[in-house]
Design a protein around this ligand. Structure first.
Ligand code: AMP
Length: 527
């Protein structure tokens, strides 16, 4: 297929706001592929130079891209039309150019490619090079287009997408092997799948009812989610967002190799950074470990990690996700011999559950998870099969500005910039949230903020700081992004405090002491 066809499709998709029309055009495009074009054709459609499961990256700096966008046009008229394959081949060569002098080598390849693109093709090529097509075609729509083009069930496409985490691969299977092919897709080792998620609950009675009497309570560790894949000696680890973190976590790799039984497995777990006293570090310190690529050993000494395993999705060649929680836990116990497991208690008694919650909090953890004993593992699913229970803390903030909403929130001012009193008559920003209000409250809040409007840059409206809201959060972090120096993690509005005036909101000094207090139950890294 010619690249000009792809560019025309992009312009068409960019113009049409209709979901159905977008799906129809994308499906027609998919149908025209020859089998070997599918992988890169779908990757391009999702705005990526390479399919997700392809680890290559272009690695071109922003200045080279700016230079490339200035290359004069006119070189393409005599050459043959640019095809999708030409683009994929060039991207491959650019990604593979490495080592000394590769910057220039990459730029020359890029220049050659850009020069071949004619004027309608060029902007689309440049957007692809920036990893962003801006044509309003998110993954959900691409999945629908794949189902339409291949005549398959949307459910089967979605299921395959969960297991393969790569729409290019899903499309390749759907378009060449149809429903039969899709139905054979199963969990694959070394292909991370989306983690199962939970719903927030504050009430054990709600949980016991939803879980049919008894529930499995586990400590909810305040760390980072990891998915560990192992086969023989090979171990790879992915984060909750499915980025690979293997090289940052050597001690977890070592545990998987050395201490756990089973030829092959996929395990779900939380890793927590701990201080010398065994109490958890705040989340931010842990993230430093995750981002660490250099001097991993030093970091491992400074911020040691503890592993808490809580699920087993695959064992010795067989997927376990359709088995019950109880069956999966039994396998997890067998693999670990009881080591590294999340602490848990099975109960249907509210008093016992409360005691267990207090134990978790006293040990510096976030709260509890409650898991239905007969539940399968549902990748990417957030529902009542898993609940999280954690006491929220609140502060009072004033709304200082608001962003316009999009999608379902279009027409509302729905993302609120929150601030605390800075102690000298002004307000210091501590975060943003679009969570917590009902549709009716959003509408009323929009009208109210409009009346307080000071400026409007078409995206953000700044307002007179008068509306006070109670905001729940999970942790206060240090933040260079805000002038206050702090950010509320997972901020959500719990109440509109019309009974309070802006002079009565939480002060920066209060916030600082709340931040410090977090370290009473959590270890602080000595700096
Ligand atoms: P959420 O992601 O909002 O559903 O909250 C659950 C998060 O808690 C998971 O993503 C894990 O990172 C974390 N977590 C900590 N301990 C556990 C546990 N025992 N079971 C499941 N998730 C846990």
């Amino acid at each position: 297929m010619n690249f000009s066809d792809f560019a025309s499709l992009c312009y068409e998709l960019e113009k049409t706001p209709s979901r159905l029309a977008k799906i129809a055009s994308a499906a027609a495009y998919l149908k025209r592929f020859k089998p070997d074009e599918i992988c890169y054709g779908v990757a391009f459609l999702s705005g990526r130079p390479f399919p997700i499961s392809d680890p290559r990256t272009l690695d071109i700096g922003p200045s080279a891209l700016i230079e490339a966008s200035k290359i004069p046009e006119g070189g393409n008229s005599s050459s043959t039309p640019l095809t999708l394959k030409d683009i994929a081949d060039s991207f491959g060569k650019i990604a593979e150019a490495s080592g000394k002098g590769s910057r220039l080598g990459k730029y020359n390849l890029l220049k050659e490619l850009v020069e071949r693109a004619d004027s309608p093709e060029r902007p689309i090529l440049l957007r692809l090079l920036h990893n962003e097509l801006r044509i309003g075609l998110h993954d959900g729509l691409i999945q629908e287009a794949i189902a339409r083009a291949s005549g398959s069930d949307l459910k089967a496409v979605r299921r395959a997408a969960l297991f393969l985490s790569d729409l290019a691969e899903v499309a390749a299977i759907a378009l060449t092997a149809g429903m039969t092919g899709l139905q054979q897709v199963d969990i694959k080792l070394f292909v991370p799948l989306l983690p199962m998620l939970s719903e927030l609950s504050q009430d054990f009675n709600e949980i016991f009812t939803a879980h049919g009497g008894n529930t499995a309570l586990e400590f909810k560790y305040d760390g980072a989610r990891v998915q560990i894949h192992k086969e023989g000696d090979r171990v790879r680890i992915w984060s909750r967002r499915l980025s690979e973190v293997t090289s940052s976590l050597p001690e977890i790799v070592e545990i998987a190799r050395r201490d756990l039984q089973g030829d092959s497995f996929i395990l779900d777990a939380e890793v927590v950074a701990v201080g010398k006293d065994g109490r958890p570090f705040p989340f931010q310190e842990l993230m430093r470990r995750f981002r660490r690529i250099h001097e991993v050993e030093t970091a491992a000494n400074e911020i040691p990690l503890v592993l808490h395993l809580f699920d087993c999705l695959f064992l010795n060649g067989t997927s376990l996700i359709d088995e019950t929680y109880t069956q999966r836990w039994a396998k997890l116990e067998a693999i670990t011999g009881g080591k590294y497991l999340a602490l848990r208690k099975i109960t249907g008694d509210k008093g016992a559950a409360e005691v267990f919650l207090q134990e978790a909090l006293a040990a510096g953890h976030e709260g509890l998870m409650a898991k239905a004993l007969d539940s399968p593992y549902m990748p990417g699913n957030r529902g009542k099969l898993w609940f999280k229970i954690k006491p929220a803390e609140t502060v009072d903030c004033v709304i200082v500005s608001a962003d316009r909403g999009s999608g379902r929130r279009r027409g509302w001012l729905s993302n609120y910039h929150l601030a605390v009193a800075d102690g000298s008559g002004g307000f210091a920003p501590v975060g943003k949230t679009f969570k917590g209000l009902t549709d009716k409250e959003f509408t009323e809040m929009t009208t109210r903020l409009r009346e307080l409007e000071l400026t409007d840059d078409a995206y953000t409206v700044t307002v007179r700081p008068e509306v006070v809201v109670e905001v729940a959060y999970n942790e206060i972090q240090r933040s260079p992004q805000y002038s206050s120096g702090f950010a509320l993690r997972f901020a959500r509005i719990t109440r509109i405090r019309d009974d309070k005036s802006p002079e009565q909101v939480t002060t920066l000094a209060n916030l600082r002491s709340l931040y410090e207090r977090q370290f009473v139950s959590k270890s602080r890294r000595e700096s």
